[in-house]
Write a protein that binds this ligand. Structure first.
Ligand code: FPP
Length: 275
């Protein structure tokens, strides 16, 4: 599914962000993009923080710190591009197995930077912040509280939804959806794809049109595995801390060069097919 064309002034050349505070003026060159074929939802696997740090002779944690800066730049780029939905994989259900120091650092980056400092900046930019993932005993209560606060604070924002996948696993999401369907007492014969989609962590999020993975790894790693059935996948060698809004633009240009057929021969009216 494609997004509505970007707002007036967003079609060619550089343009202004839709900052509510009117404080950010950016001039990304968008001349290569077709404003009528913008993706509605872009999701990113932010990979390569550790390798980036090692290349710089720094501890791995510095890669995550730099990754947070990259995330904010990409999110501003997504706004500039007029994307209504932007999702990032911040912490997987498997990431708890990393050394304790790294897990603690990541939690702090997410809670202190994203959920405190950036939260207010994103709020000013009209971004709604959401989370998907399991709220199990491993998520510290103070982190969960800040997640809820950020969600509540930004709930009414309309410019873009930034969804952060935290303690997220695609298989876990499907398992949780099945549990929720069973708990709701839905008869087996009435379960179809729509039922499963309606029981995902946030059913209001459209399936991603484009999934980007950085760092030259060609895997999905348990990210949105139900939702990305028809997504275009773009892989880039750029390590996440070096990722900037221009890389997002380039990935969208690659997306626009693809021919999405959704399992048809391409001639049919594709409206209404999952995206
Ligand atoms: C993968 O790189 C990245 C992560 C496990 C975490 C992603 C986190 C950030 C970008 C930090 C900021 C996030 C938020 C939401 C504020 P890796 O460590 O697996 O890198 P490697 O494959 O090179 O070891």
């Amino acid at each position: 599914m494609l997004a509505a064309p970007p707002a007036p002034g967003l079609s060619t050349g550089g343009y202004r962000t839709r900052s509510e505070a009117g404080d950010t003026v950016l001039a990304m060159d968008l001349s290569g993009l077709d404003p009528n074929r913008m993706p509605r939802h872009v999701a990113c696997v932010m990979d390569g923080n550790g390798r980036w740090a090692t290349q710089q002779g720094l501890p791995r944690t510095e890669g995550h710190r730099a990754g947070e800066v990259a995330l904010f730049d990409a999110a501003q780029g997504a706004l500039e591009l007029g994307l209504p939905w932007f999702t990032v994989y911040a912490f997987s259900t498997e990431n708890w197995r990393r050394p304790g120091d790294e897990v603690r650092f990541l939690l702090n980056v997410i809670a202190d930077q994203l959920l405190t400092r950036r939260r207010d900046e994103l709020h000013r930019l009209g971004v709604r912040i959401r989370f998907i993932g399991r709220r199990d005993w491993r998520v510290p209560r103070w982190v969960a509280r800040r997640m809820d606060e950020a969600t509540r604070l930004t709930e009414g924002n309309k410019n873009m939804t930034l969804t952060v996948a935290f303690n997220y696993g695609g298989r876990a999401e499907i398992v949780d959806a099945v549990r929720s369907i069973v708990e709701a007492g839905v008869p087996a014969a009435r379960i179809n794809e729509k039922t499963v989609s309606a029981h995902l962590y946030d059913p209001s999020i459209p399936d991603p049109d484009l999934v980007i993975r950085t760092s030259g790894e060609y895997r999905i790693s348990n990210f949105l595995i139900w939702e990305l059935a028809y997504s275009e996948l773009v892989f880039t060698d750029v390590l996440w801390p070096d990722f900037r809004r221009e890389h997002l633009r380039d990935a969208i240009a690659e997306f626009q060069a693809r021919n999405r057929r959704f399992g048809t021969t391409g001639g049919a009216d594709l409206d209404g097919l999952p995206g």
